[in-house]
Design a protein around this ligand. Structure first.
Ligand SMILES: Cc1cc2nc3c(=O)[nH]c(=O)nc-3n(C[C@H](O)[C@H](O)[C@H](O)COP(=O)(O)OP(=O)(O)OC[C@H]3O[C@@H](n4cnc5c(N)ncnc54)[C@H](O)[C@@H]3O)c2cc1C
Length: 415
């Protein structure tokens, strides 16, 4: 990249809950100049469209709505000498931490002592899951529908079917009912719900919305607008079962079929990504494979609760400030891998000799009477063990190892 280059100590890409928390903590940890770049006009990220309450229980010890949560974080940021640029987009990030930013003033380059990636995620679309049929209007991702209804006061249809039982789909099922839209059912291909149990209860059961597990949409019908969808049962390999098809008349199909960490910039910078999380491979400082580039929030791995994204932001911001001030990590790294029944574990790397580290993990499938163990791969020593009455893939879990670790680790889930 060419041209005059500005400098800052810590640059945070994305002004959602993770990015704002990172900026706050970077500043409080002593970073002199902190810059937040947010492409939208307002700070807060996805929180701005989540008008329901249930946010902030862990960070603020009370439940508030998404916009209130965003406002509190933005006010905290405004109290600090942190430079915030909204309506500005980072177009490129180089391995030596130069950001190319496009804003109303045009293009410019900023070299940062450390960078925090906090770009959030995007939703999987119809194309990605390849639903056959015609291409009429009326097919929305659940988050887009949430944006249209909550921020633009638009009505998305009259009779809806929801494919996928992720949290956003569940929350939107209830939201559509509030808007006077008939929700004919939520269909989930897996034999268990994708979202949190409390969302299944509060958003579907309480409103009499049927949830059908082990079922998927195999065809969309309609010329200009959706007229119906064809739903089918699936076998154990999740393939549609011939003979189980049913036509459900509707004018709207909402897709809640997964979120993808938004890592295009990370790739440009050469950050190593994990095939299991879709986000960066990080160590206990949340530093990626590119020195001085840290990652947190949904761009790192998908969070079900915004507070966890903020807590990760706080940790990444502090470490970014320390890196910008000259702190460098010591040498040898240990690998931490996901064993039996564990979908992923994060951080995946650990500096040898470090203790008191907390790991986030998800299980692959629901497990009753689960025992999670963190075991040394060489010694077989169990560093931490935790029992759970039940573990669900929808719930992000944490386990802490107090002892200093000097060997590769594996996190396993036993029944
Ligand atoms: C549709 C949806 C609904 C949700 N509903 C709930 C809920 O009801 N309750 C709950 O607890 N959690 C909910 N979550 C999860 C929670 O909101 C997230 O965990 C949290 O918002 C993640 O924070 P984040 O800062 O990582 O990402 P985001 O909130 O997505 O923020 C990322 C920000 O980065 C900006 N950005 C991205 N790329 C660039 C770039 N190149 N340059 C500049 N800016 C950029 C984006 O504009 C965005 O503002 C929801 C998530 C989604 C996607």
């Amino acid at each position: 990249m060419k041209g005059p280059v500005e400098t800052c100590d810590v640059a945070v890409i994305g002004g959602g809950p993770a990015g704002l928390a990172a900026a706050l903590c970077a500043r409080r940890a002593g970073a002199g100049t902190v810059l937040v770049i947010e492409r939208e006009r307002a700070l807060g990220g996805i929180l701005n469209q989540c008008v329901h309450d249930g946010f902030g229980l862990f960070l603020y010890k009370e439940t508030i709505s998404g916009p209130e949560y965003a406002e509190r974080l933005a006010e905290d940021v405004a109290r600090e000498p942190i430079k915030v640029e909204t309506g500005a987009m980072v177009l490129d990030l180089s391995p030596d931490r130069v950001l190319r930013i496009n804003s109303r003033e045009g293009y410019r380059l900023v070299r940062a002592g450390a960078v925090v990636l906090a770009m959030g995620c995007r939703e999987r679309t119809r194309d990605m899951i390849e639903i056959p049929g015609t291409r009429p209007a009326g097919v929305f991702t659940a988050g887009l529908a949430q944006n249209l209804v909550n921020l633009r006061n638009l009505r998305v249809g009259n009779e809806a079917v929801i494919l996928g039982s992720g949290d956003i789909g569940l929350i939107m099922a209830r939201r559509l009912v509030f808007e006077g839209i008939k929700v004919k059912g939520v269909f989930e291909i897996l034999p268990w719900p994708g979202g949190l149990e409390r969302n299944v209860r509060q958003c579907l059961t309480d409103f009499g919305i049927p949830l059908e597990l082990g079922a998927t949409v195999v065809e969309i019908r309609g010329r200009d607008r959706v007229e119906s969808v064809v739903v089918s049962g699936v076998d154990e390999a999740l393939a549609p079962l011939p003979g189980t098809e049913r036509i459900i008349p509707c004018d709207t199909l909402l897709l809640s079929v997964g979120l993808i960490p938004e890592n295009e910039l990370s790739k440009r910078a050469g950050v190593e990504l994990s095939p299991f999380t879709g986000g960066a491979v990080v160590d206990e400082r949340l530093m990626t494979s590119v020195p001085g580039v840290f990652s947190c929030g949904n761009v790192l791995h998908i969070h079900d609760v915004a507070d966890w994204a903020s807590f990760e932001g706080l940790a990444a911001g502090e470490r970014a400030a320390r890196y910008a001030a000259g702190e460098r990590g010591p040498g040898r790294t240990i690998r931490v891998s996901a064993g039996t029944n564990v979908k992923y574990v994060l951080p995946q790397l650990l500096t040898a000799g470090t203790g008191g580290v907390e790991w986030s993990f998800r299980v692959k499938r629901p497990v009753r009477g689960a025992r999670i163990e963190v075991t040394g791969k060489t010694s077989g020593r169990v560093y931490a063990r935790k029992k759970y009455a039940r573990l669900l893939p929808s719930e992000l879990q944490k386990i802490k190892v107090q002892a200093a670790v000097d060997e590769d680790l594996e996190v396993t889930c036993h029944e």
